[in-house]
Each structure stands twice: as structure tokens, then as C-alpha cells.
Design a protein around this ligand. Structure first.
Ligand code: ARG
Length: 458
């Protein structure tokens, strides 16, 4: 342990398993670039406050760029004592430019601030990419909703046929879940993109470092205002995991709808080959694996979120090694979310709708509410018309004939206020079009929703 970066006070060596158990280099090396950019900003600020000379800064920057190049060309050699990306980069820097100057880089700095600087920079950039994927997915939803606005399908509650709706209305129902996710993502990004640099190990920097200058160089939009908070906080990761869990809750529900809709029983859609797989035994099978992965990965996302919250609960303030457990959930979550959004986009962009199958699944009983509304428009109180329409349903079931084929006499035997024009009630298009207040499933209101949804992307 004497050879470690922090080894001055140690005489005994580390248990080899303890060394591995404690090390994070195998995953935090992914952020070599953020670590180097953070170090350059830190060195520049130290030159400004006079702790290192301008020449020393130039030399440190040159060395760090060389280390960066080694990572980029895959020639960086990780040594047994490189515990994490911070120690690895600094060790290599001192080999390249010599201990005398490299040894000044860490003046007043702690890995506690460095690690969150790296993570925040990286996550901020990843969230920007994820935002792009989310927007692209919502755009496909809006485009399909607009292009396919005439198609009518059964709308369900309790998975029972309820009322006819436009296929576009169904699509847009998810569009608005995802638009809210977009709003939340933008909100969360603000809290991620704040700078911890210059907070030291926990108490702040003793060399009058210019924190604003470093924050600006790294593209942070603000500072973390308390040094103890800055090094102890992993809420920025937790919040991202919570955000993504909610997003995955939505993609999972969406996937479940489509899994049902592509079954033979529904047959409303078919999924493109590109997102399906076959069976090793049953030659005829085409399974919606892309959608099932989407549904399944939601569990993985929630698990990471819950795990990280449990890691933090009950921790004393400021930095504890437990916080290193925030790395892997963060890395995995970014990949899960990013992949899932691109897969969801691909599935939706390539699926085929079967309007005739949707129409065949409509059932005259889905117009029972319209039948009740017919009498409402003739002045009968709804509580009464609901009951009357219910008796028509019962009659139809009793006689075994569809409700729309009951004769006027049969309807009038139930209630004398039914007239000739009642036949016009049994019309799916009309049922859809009559629901024309804002947010409803009529064509015009659906096209209005497309506009509102698109505006939310800006
Ligand atoms: N690998 C560590 C982490 O991810 C870096 C910070 C270590 N700081 C320390 N004082 N041991 O949390």
C-alpha cells in the first residue's frame, strides 16, 4: 500500500481481493476524457491563482493531452496499483512529464470532488443524447398519428371493449406520457449540470481557486454551493435513475399494448422482422422480442434505482466509499435507456397497422353509451338513459342478435322515446366524431393534439 497514491501512512499491503474489491478502474476508465478535461480546468485555475506557474500549467496540459491520446488509441496500460481513473491518469501524467510538476496538479484537490465532476460531465452529455433519442421517438408517434388519422379501433378499459377510438388517439396517449418525460428530463439536467470542482475533500479549497472559471470552462451552468453537499451528493444519479424508471414504466406499458395487439387474437398490427425473432422448435413462430425486452428491461431500471437509494439511506454526510456504488447503475441505466428509446423508435416506425382487423374487433355494444346519449339529447336524464340502454344490451344478449339489429319496435318496447332516427346512433365513425371537445378522439381534436405534442418538443 505504500506505493499507492495515498500510501504515505501505510506500511502493510492490501489483501489482493480487497484491492480488487475496492477498485473502480474497470468501469470508471470509461470516463477518462472527462477526468482529463476536469484536470486541465483545475490546473488552469491553479495557474491563475499562482499556485503553479504558467509554464507548469502548459506542461501539465501537454502531458494530460498525451494521456488522453493513449486512451484514445488504446495504448494506455493500466497498472496494478491504478485504483481508479483519477489515480491512473495522474500516475501516467507523472511518468510523462515527471513527478516534480505532475505532483503539483492535485494541490488542494480531492478525488471526492473529482469523481463527481467526471460523473456529472459525462451524465450531462449522455442526457443530451438521450433527449435526442426521446425527441426522435415522439416525432415518430406524432407523424404516425397524423398520417393514419382515419383508422378506428376498439378502445379498452379493464381490457374490455369500451368505446371506438382513433388509432391515432391511442398513439398520442403515449405521446403525451413521453412528452412529460421529456419535460422532466430537461428539468433534471439542470441539477446534474452543476460544478463540484473546487470543493476539496469536504471543506472547500484553501488556495482561493476560481470555481466559476472552472465551471465555465467545463460547460457547467452553475456551482454546487456547499462543499460538503458537493462531495456527498449522488442525488444527481438517483434522480436520473428515477427519471429513467418512469420513462421505462411508460415504454413497458406501451410495449404491453403492442404485444397484445400483435397476437393472433387481436391481430391489429404486425411487427417488422427487424424487431422479431423466431422459435428454435416451432417453425411458424414470430415473437415480438423487441417489445418483450422493452417490457423486461423496465424491471432492471427500477432495480438499479431502488438499489442506489438503499445504498444512500443512512449514510453519514459527505463522501463514503459506498458512494462508488453509484457508478455501475448509472452506466447501465444510460445504456438501457438509450438503447430502449432507439428500439422503441424502430419498432414503431416499421410496424404495420391492420385497419380491417381493428374494425372487425369493434362491437355494437361499444355504442351502448351512444345509445344512452341519444336519449339524453331528447331530454331524458342520463341515469335513466344508462339504465334503458343497459336493458337494450340485455335484450340483444337474450335474443342473440347484435344491438344495432334490434328493430325499432323492439327498442320502443323498452322505451317509447326511441324514434326512427335511433338507427343513426349505430355508427362507429359518428361515435368517434361526436367526442369533439378538447382532448377527445374526434379527427379534428386528434390533429390538434398532434400540434400540441410537437410544440412540446421545441
Ligand atoms: N473511485 C471513487 C468513487 O467512485 C473515487 C473517489 C475516491 N475518494 C476517496 N476518498 N477514496 O467514489
Amino acid at each position: 500500500a505504500e506505493n499507492m497514491l495515498w500510501g504515505g501512512r501505510f506500511t502493510g499491503g492490501l489483501d489482493p481481493l480487497m484491492h480488487k474489491y475496492n477498485a473502480s478502474i474497470q468501469y470508471d476508465k470509461l470516463l477518462y476524457k472527462e477526468d482529463i478535461l476536469g484536470s486541465i480546468a483545475y490546473a488552469r485555475a491553479n495557474a491563475k491563482s499562482g499556485i503553479i506557474s504558467n509554464d507548469e500549467f502548459t506542461e501539465i496540459e501537454r502531458g494530460l493531452r498525451e494521456v488522453q491520446k493513449e486512451w484514445e488509441t488504446d495504448t494506455f496500460v493500466i497498472m496494478p496499483n491504478d485504483e481508479d481513473i483519477h489515480t491512473a491518469n495522474e500516475r501516467r501524467l507523472s511518468e510523462i512529464i515527471g513527478k516534480d510538476i505532475a505532483g503539483k496538479l492535485h494541490t488542494g484537490r480531492s478525488r471526492n470532488e473529482q469523481v463527481v465532476c467526471d460523473m456529472r460531465l459525462w451524465l450531462r452529455n449522455q442526457m443530451q443524447e438521450i433527449e435526442g433519442h426521446l425527441i426522435a421517438f415522439i416525432e415518430v408517434i406524432a407523424a404516425r398519428a397524423e398520417a393514419e388519422v382515419g383508422i378506428i379501433m376498439p378502445g379498452y378499459t379493464h381490457l374490455q371493449r369500451a368505446m371506438p377510438v382513433l388509432w391515432s388517439q391511442h398513439l398520442l396517449s403515449y405521446g403525451f406520457y413521453f412528452a412529460n418525460d421529456l419535460e422532466r428530463l430537461r428539468e433534471t439536467s439542470k441539477r446534474v449540470n452543476r460544478s463540484p470542482l473546487g470543493c476539496g475533500a469536504l471543506a472547500g479549497n484553501g488556495f482561493n481557486i476560481d470555481r466559476d472559471m472552472m465551471a465555465e470552462e467545463l460547460g457547467f451552468t452553475g456551482l454546487l454551493w456547499n462543499s460538503m453537499n458537493a462531495v456527498g451528493d449522488r442525488d444527481f444519479v438517483t434522480e436520473f435513475l428515477q427519471w429513467g424508471s418512469m420513462l421505462m414504466q411508460h415504454t413497458s406499458r406501451w410495449a404491453e399494448d403492442l404485444i397484445l395487439y400483435c397476437s393472433s387474437e387481436f391481430g391489429f398490427i404486425t411487427i417488422a422482422d427487424a424487431y422479431s425473432t423466431g422459435s428454435s422448435l416451432m417453425p411458424h413462430k414470430k415473437n415480438p422480442d423487441g417489445l418483450e425486452c422493452l417490457r423486461g428491461k423496465a424491471g432492471r431500471a427500477f432495480g438499479h434505482m431502488a438499489g442506489l437509494m438503499m445504498t444512500q439511506k443512512g449514510l453519514p454526510s459527505t463522501y463514503q466509499k459506498d458512494l462508488q456504488e453509484s457508478w455501475e447503475p448509472m452506466l447501465d441505466h444510460v445504456k438501457t435507456i438509450s438503447d430502449s428509446l432507439q428500439i422503441a423508435n424502430g419498432i414503431l416506425a416499421t410496424l404495420t397497422v391492420k385497419p380491417e382487423r381493428m374494425r372487425a374487433a369493434l362491437d355494437p355494444f361499444m355504442l351502448a353509451t351512444d345509445l344512452a346519449d341519444y336519449l339524453v339529447r331528447k331530454g331524458v336524464p342520463f341515469r335513466e338513459t344508462h339504465h334503458i340502454s343497459g336493458r337494450c344490451v340485455a335484450k340483444s344478449e337474450e335474443l342473440g342478435i347484435p344491438m344495432n339489429e334490434l328493430s325499432l319496435e323492439q327498442l320502443q318496447a323498452i322505451d317509447s322515446r326511441f324514434e326512427e332516427d335511433v338507427s343513426q346512433t349505430f355508427d362507429y365513425e359518428k361515435s368517434v366524431e361526436v367526442r369533439s371537445s378538447k382532448g377527445g378522439t374526434s379527427r379534428a381534436r386528434v390533429l390538434e393534439q398532434v400540434k400540441v405534442l410537437k410544440a412540446m418538443l421545441a
